[in-house]
Design a protein around this ligand. Structure first.
Ligand SMILES: Nc1ncnc2c1ncn2[C@@H]1O[C@H](COP(=O)(O)OP(=O)(O)OP(=O)(O)O)[C@@H](O)[C@H]1O
Length: 471
């Protein structure tokens, strides 16, 4: 094993048989000995590496040899019946600890390991060093209902972007339609998510309403790996960008639903602005402490009221705490704006527009510490439409019309890292990309969908408390 110039990969043999003439004459018995030693070592390595095949095979052979084939068959049947019972009684643990580990191992061997060198070569992920060619090492394959997570070790000189670019081609190489590359907490490893079945293909219905909303993780939908998507509202404003009919409404309603118990208990106060005449949000009227939808002048007035409240709260909390904690007496104020550009860009009355812009800038820049959050939806994310886009720490990009808009919403390079918002089909509303804390690559998400009946039910079951007034 070399101690210098170590390449953490597998060397591709130059030829299956070495046909060069040897410089020294090697006696036949020595050659035979070397081949035998190599063969034995390789067999031991393979036996240990594929213990999940060799173990049961040896055990079966031993039982059959010692007690006869009928006993071996009986033991196999008992094991099968035990597996089926486990599956029937507790399917989730059976799938997690019994079935998917086997699927992962079989797919590692049969799908990925078999075609690995060819796939790496064809997709340009092979490294060259000292006249030899090296392929990245395939470490583990973990499978679940939706796909495979393949962990690989990077070769020297490789960058995560190389894998992000190659991922779509790798997917087709392994006979799948979609793959995305994600960095891990170790800089020398990447995880490739190969999608076998899209968990986002089916509509996600309304999610359960938590009794106490967890502002650090409000469940709004499902992620591409099948886990729930949780939005962190603590200390963050949220921007939702998407073309018309992309499902911006479903993000807003999913968020309202996840906070509904807080609205009913008075811990959350929602101020809703619907500049499109109240069409989108009117059904949730009983949930809102303020609902402005008619003329821009009154909306500017309500925003100024929010600024006043923010300033008085800041004066009250100054020196006492650095972060507001919502209570029924001092609630979290969530300002929901459907179509932000209607307030900031498309308004013809310049005076009102300037008042609105000023209030919004103040709320966005100073509201987070004192428990005021802005959640705004936007159709056109171009720079001139939204001057204060950078004041929204959390951004959600649904279907967008142009590739450049993905970077405008999620940040530079987001599209190269996999946020293909412009490729989301129109037939899949409610799907978008988000950037999760500590994850470099944007993650695909489908938000839950509330139909008109669900919204009406929500408004009836979780109305805001009737006591109140400015606090
Ligand atoms: N999460 C979702 N899952 C499935 N279907 C959805 C989802 N969200 C929205 N839809 C469908 O897409 C349609 C448009 O959704 P929505 O009104 O929320 O889009 P929008 O982006 O707010 O549009 P606009 O900008 O015109 O207001 C809805 O009528 C609904 O049929």
């Amino acid at each position: 094993m070399p101690l210098i110039n170590v390449i953490p990969g597998e060397k591709i043999p130059t030829a299956p048989l070495n046909t060069r003439l040897p410089i020294w004459r090697i006696p036949g018995w020595l050659l035979l000995f070397v081949w035998l030693a190599r063969g034995t070592a390789r067999s031991v390595v393979l036996t240990v590496r594929y213990w999940w095949i060799t173990g049961p095979a040896f055990a079966g052979a031993w039982v059959s040899g010692s007690y006869g084939w009928k006993v071996a068959l009986g033991v196999a049947l008992v094991l099968i019946v035990a597996g089926c019972t486990w599956w029937r009684l507790h399917p989730s643990t059976w799938l997690r600890f019994g079935w998917y580990p086997v699927v992962g191992r079989v797919r590692r061997l049969w799908v990925y390991r078999r075609g690995w060198t060819a796939a790496m070569t064809a997709c340009g992920l092979v490294g060259v060093h000292g006249g030899g060619r090296w392929v990245p090492r395939l470490l583990t394959v973990r499978s679940n209902k939706w796909g495979d997570r393949v962990t690989v070790r990077l070769l020297p000189g490789q960058h995560p972007d190389d894998w992000a670019t190659a991922a779509p081609r790798l997917a087709y190489t392994f006979c799948l339609r979609e793959a995305r590359a994600f960095t891990t907490d170790r800089p020398d490893r990447m995880v490739l998510h190969f999608v076998r079945r899209d968990p986002l293909a089916a509509l996600v219905g309304p999610l359960p309403v938590p009794e106490v909303p967890d502002f650090a993780g409000l469940a709004l939908g499902v992620r591409e790996d099948g886990d729930p998507y949780r939005l962190r509202l603590t200390g963050s404003h949220v921007l939702i960008a998407g073309a018309t009919n992309s499902g911006k409404g479903s993000v807003v309603w999913s968020l309202l639903r996840s906070m509904a118990a807080g609205i009913a208990s008075g811990v959350v106060e929602v101020w809703a602005f619907d500049p499109k005449g109240g069409m989108e949000l009117a059904a949730g009227g009983p949930l809102f402490a303020r609902f402005a939808y008619d003329d821009p002048d009154s909306m500017a007035g309500v925003l100024e009221e929010a600024v006043k409240r923010m300033k008085s709260r800041a004066a009250r909390l100054r020196g006492l705490t650095r972060q507001h904690v919502p209570t029924a007496d001092d609630p979290l104020i969530v300002i929901v704006i459907d179509e932000l550009a209607a307030l900031t860009a498309y308004l013809t009355d310049r005076k009102v527009r300037d008042r609105i812009k000023e209030s919004l800038s103040l709320l966005l820049s100073q509201g987070r510490a004192v428990g005021i959050r802005v959640v705004a939806a936007l159709q056109d994310p171009r720079k001139d439409v939204l001057p204060f886009r950078d004041l929204f720490p959390t951004r959600i990009a649904l279907r967008l019309t142009e590739p450049e808009q993905c970077d405008l919403v999620l940040g530079d390079g987001a599209r190269d890292r996999g946020a293909l918002c412009d490729e989301i089909p129109e037939t899949m509303p409610g799907i978008g990309y988000v950037v999760l804390d500590g994850v470099r690559e944007p993650v695909r998400v489908r938000f839950s969908y509330l139909n008109d009946d669900d919204i009406a039910e929500l408004a009836v079951m979780y109305p805001r408390p009737q006591i109140g007034g400015d606090r």
